[in-house]
Design a protein around this ligand. Structure first.
Ligand code: IMP
Length: 425
């Protein structure tokens, strides 16, 4: 059976976790393919809130094999803490598979992330300081240490010596910090993490293909989102991996022909954390309401997210670069009390109407949104579970969005709970 990819289409925090969790009912396996614990997935199940960073959302189902693919960067301390938290809350994590080819995030990656940000001063990227960028940089420089290296103490120590002979020069000579002792770190990682992690280390590529060959349904869940993609996002204000749907191929070891459906997740408005251009950003009461009602504070870092109206120009671009089949719209209910709602349908740049996302970032910085505005629905949507439950103005909003974006909206979320959604088409 062809696989499904779930991908964020904006700047993250679209509520991917909820739909991954919803689709998980039909799945046998849920695979994370990139990112690390910079992600934060909030899931509300039977009134209980779960916040996941590394373990795929499907873990909350007994019939799912959760898989951390080779494209993920894994902090072993964080992974063990998250597994312990889930165990304490009665969730069975024994079936978790962790790719032996995934790269490790070690404490020096986090130190470097914080140092780079400090060094950039007012030009800082606003990273989550989880060591994501430095870990992927080490991977590209062939200095990375993989999960499988934990299985052979000599190799682990040798690789740590190799990596730190480079990194310690950067720490001491560039940033004037103390060097890291490779053997002390090796003792700590092996002593505190190996036993807990070893049973989960696996050949995830073959596990995924065995599941696909057996006709099982496999879901690939992207972390972060399209416009945080290293290649297609608003560089340099991006993460260091490829959250776009194509990233599932190298990040999990599948080919494009293995995929049948690519579901994009989009908020009914937009938020972003960290720096970078944002054409529809709001600095008014509507923005404050989005943040307050939508509880738009980072799951991980607690930072206030920057709010803005839905941007169809960006979404049309996201449709192209992800080959989206359909869209799920989340948090429609956040705008329940709004007198008016807006969708950005084009930009004005130097007096010209522009319908496609400009490749030149200076143009994105200068873009003025051209909006279509409509009256709000002023109705509580929290109990709407069928298309017929939606007031006319909410339906009109979704129809305009769909027309602008060019792919069908198939799911609409009307509240944080697992059951608060509508099969729209
Ligand atoms: P990094 O991924 O920690 O290197 O951060 C790079 C950029 O991606 C920053 O602007 C972060 O705020 C943003 N970012 C990383 N992970 C997430 C996420 O899960 N949601 C939203 N933004 C994120």
């Amino acid at each position: 059976m062809p696989a499904t990819i779930v991908v964020g289409t904006q700047w993250g925090d679209e509520g991917k976790g909820k739909f991954t969790d919803l689709l998980a009912k039909e799945m046998s396996m849920v695979v994370r393919y990139q990112g690390g614990h910079n992600a934060g997935h909030t899931l509300v199940v039977d009134g209980e809130t779960f916040k996941l960073q590394l373990v795929p959302s499907g873990v909350l189902y007994d019939h799912i094999t959760p898989v951390i693919g080779n494209g993920v960067v894994v902090d072993p301390f964080v992974l063990l803490k998250e597994m312990a938290m889930l165990r304490d809350r009665g969730i069975d994590v024994s079936g978790l598979l962790l790719s032996g080819n995934a790269h490790l995030i070690l404490p020096y990656h986090q130190e470097l992330d914080a140092l780079h940000e400090r060094h950039l001063g007012k030009n800082k990227l606003g990273t989550t300081k989880r060591g994501i960028g430095p870990a992927y940089a080490d991977k590209s420089m062939r200095l990375g240490i993989r999960v499988q290296d934990l299985l052979d103490e000599d190799i682990f120590r040798e690789k740590l010596h190799g990596a730190l002979s480079h990194t310690n020069k950067v720490l001491t000579k560039v940033f004037n910090r103390l060097p890291v002792d490779p053997d002390e770190l090796a003792d700590r990682v092996l002593g505190e993490c190996l036993e807990g992690i070893k049973p989960h280390i696996a050949d995830t590529v073959n596990a995924i293909h065995d599941a696909l060959d057996a006709g099982q349904h496999v879901l690939f869940e992207g972390a972060q989102a399209t416009f945080l993609d290293l290649d297609h996002g608003t560089y340099p204000f991006v993460t260091s991996s490829n959250p776009t749907a194509g990233g599932a191929c190298p990040g999990a070891g599948i080919g494009p022909r293995d995929v049948g459906r690519i579901l994009g997740i989009a908020k009914a408005y937009i938020t972003r954390v960290g720096a970078g251009p944002f054409p529809t950003e709001l600095f008014d009461d509507y923005g404050d309401k989005m943040v307050d009602i939508g509880r738009e504070f980072g799951t991980n870092t607690g930072r206030r997210r920057r709010p803005g109206w839905f941007d169809a120009v960006m979404m049309r671009h996201a449709v192209k670069i992800n080959s989206l089949s359909d869209l799920a719209i989340t948090k429609l209910d956040v705008m329940d009390t709004f007198d008016t709602v807006k969708i950005c349908v084009a930009y004005e740049i130097d007096g010209k109407r522009v319908e496609k996302l400009p490749y030149h970032q200076s143009d994105v910085h200068r873009a003025k949104p051209i909006y279509e505005e409509m009256p709000g629905w002023k109705t509580d949507l929290s109990k709407a579970t069928e298309p017929g439950h939606l007031p006319e103005n909410a339906t009109a909003y979704l129809r305009l969005l769909e027309d602008q974006v060019g792919v069908p909206v198939t799911l609409v979320s009307t509240g944080p709970g697992r059951d608060q959604y509508i099969h729209w088409a």
